[in-house]
Design a protein around this ligand. Sequence first.
Ligand SMILES: Nc1nc2c(ncn2[C@@H]2O[C@H](COP(=O)(O)OP(=O)(O)O)[C@@H](O)[C@H]2O)c(=O)[nH]1
Ligand SMILES: [Mg+2]
Length: 323
Amino acid sequence: MTLEKNLKQSILYLKKEEPEMVVSPNKVLFTGLDDAGKTSIILSLQREFSKIAILSPTRGAQRRIFNFLDKEISEWDLGGQLAYRIAYLKNPGKYFEGTEIAIYVIDIQNKSRIPEATSYFKDVIEQFKELEIEPPIYVFLHKFDPALRRSAQNEMELLIIDLKDKLRDTKYKEIYYYETSIYDFGSIITAMSEILLSLYPKSELIEKTIHEFAKKVNSEGVVIIDDNSLIIGSYYKDEETKHLLTASTPYFLTLHDSFQFTSPMEEKYENRMIVQRFGKNFIFKQITLKKESEPYYLILLKEDPVFRKEDLESFANLLKEIL
Ligand SMILES: Nc1nc2c(ncn2[C@@H]2O[C@H](COP(=O)(O)OP(=O)(O)O)[C@@H](O)[C@H]2O)c(=O)[nH]1
Ligand SMILES: [Mg+2]
């Protein structure tokens, strides 16, 4: 047994040392016809994730690279010139190698280009075959705006059924569909969090999300606790912060419990409590992620006691999807 364990450990160790494990990051391929809405989707996510960096802003070029929660996102415009199509079909490895997940965006408002969108979808699959990879493809039926949902729901549904039939013909193993719109940000967050959950184990994704939030609100430490006082996730700038926060957590939970008996502070103070200790501001807040279910608690350590309500809201929205 011990020998086996040792062996496993050495294998792990060896794997870690392999240089190619480090140099070839897996990619999220964001593709679809030009004008489908890819850049808009990525940029709208920028509100949530400070980390999205435009690594190579190339106006007019077909490719843009972003960085998103430690993943490289490469945006690829399809369509347009035939020369391009031939070029990348000849050398798919150059562009599509290492694709861990593909997001294929289709503008469902532009009916005249839907045949072109399906045709390129087949091209993309061909390229994956060539590379002997089978990444799941998430199809965003995009620009399904709230207004459209109200005025042309039936028409849109028929169009989507037809489109799905065509894509199903490819017999590709994993295709998932999402109806998205930049005017319904929740639709994008729902899709993206499901995709991210397939990339990262849940716990890691929670950690990353918390870290992002901490950076955004300029906080030194964040703890999320569930109703059983279990720490769901945390971020600490350093060991001292960690100590401060973990030592204070029971204090806040007790304080919160006694408050619940005395004052219905919910609405008036948005259920937030700010305490100054050790020259820092501790912000304690109850967050309700789902209406019927138990609340979660957030403890935030900051130099100053302010943060934007919207930042907390978008963070809570994201957590809601992940948890
Ligand atoms: N109605 C609507 N327009 C959108 C939506 N998303 C993007 N657009 C518009 O579509 C156009 C092309 O978007 P862009 O992100 O540049 O597409 P890309 O070429 O795929 O990167 C822009 O004018 C956007 O404002 C959406 O959800 N609904
Ligand atoms: Mg673009």
